[in-house]
Design a protein around this ligand. Structure first.
Ligand code: G3P
Ligand code: MG
Length: 248
């Protein structure tokens, strides 16, 4: 029997937030070490269609390589150092495959919010590929991952490929007046929004319509408390230690 996504209030952004290299296994381990029950991470496709974790379109900022991720094979990407850019303590931390991270999350009991982050022009195929990979990787798990994306086209493709996986539409400014129509059309369970777009009235409207509401990226304790008081279900944070202390 499938269990609903758990929606803990604190979600570790990109795995380890600011405290470990983003979108790496070391990041997921940091989240566990700090008592987090859920992580968010970004998944895209290599040139040869392997699902792996990376935020940007290029590897320049977070690895020792350069160039577009979309043009590089997994064999090449998996050799890069994705840890040294943060500190030498994480030297040689690799870019992880989606399969590696899924396996660690199962083992650690971490819930996953998988953000589908397509390379430009690959929205539909990435949505489909990530959903099919998630279906297979979580086949023996009762709690499925929550799939989200800014790319609505990716979510439509993901939902068409694997209707049973819960999904969330991710938004940035401007606030879309048709949010309810858009959520309904893909049978979403949640709206995941830039925290700066939230007002008490908007939170109430989304909650009254029956959706969960998650806010990114909240690194200020007072703001997090205000959002929680308004009824926001969860926040993505880079400040793992600070938030855990404030909310435990
Ligand atoms: O999924 C929430 C948040 O990660 C969205 O923004 O740019 O950090 O992927 P970004
Ligand atoms: Mg993200």
């Amino acid at each position: 029997m499938q269990q609903a996504w758990p929606f803990p209030f604190l979600i570790a952004h990109r795995g380890g937030g600011k405290q470990a290299p983003e979108n790496t296994l070391a990041g997921m381990m940091e989240a566990i070490k700090q008592g987090y029950r859920a992580v968010e991470y970004d998944v895209k496709l290599s040139a040869d269609n392997l699902c792996f974790l990376l935020h940007d379109d290029t590897v320049d900022r977070t690895t020792n390589g350069n160039g577009l991720a979309a043009t590089q094979s997994w064999a090449a990407l998996s050799q890069l150092d994705a840890g040294s850019w943060l500190t030498e303590a994480f030297a040689n931390e690799p870019l992880p495959s989606f399969a590696t991270i899924a396996s660690y999350c199962h083992h650690a009991g971490l819930a996953s919010n998988v953000e589908i982050k397509p390379c430009p022009g690959r929205e539909e195929e990435t949505g489909k590929a990530v959903a099919l990979a998630a279906q297979q990787l979580w086949s023996n798990q009762t709690t499925k991952p929550l799939l989200s994306s800014f790319a609505y086209e990716s979510l439509v493709a993901a939902k068409a490929a694997v209707p049973a996986l819960p999904c969330a539409w991710l938004i940035e400014a401007p606030w879309p007046e048709d949010w309810e129509v858009k959520l309904k059309a893909i049978d979403a369970v949640s709206l995941n929004t830039d925290e700066a777009l939230l007002t008490e009235a908007r939170v109430k409207a989304v909650k009254d319509a029956g959706y969960k509401l998650l806010a990114y990226t909240v690194n200020d304790v007072e703001r997090a408390k205000t959002l929680q008081a308004w009824g926001v279900d969860g926040i993505f944070t880079d400040e793992l230690t600070l938030m855990q202390k404030a909310f435990s």
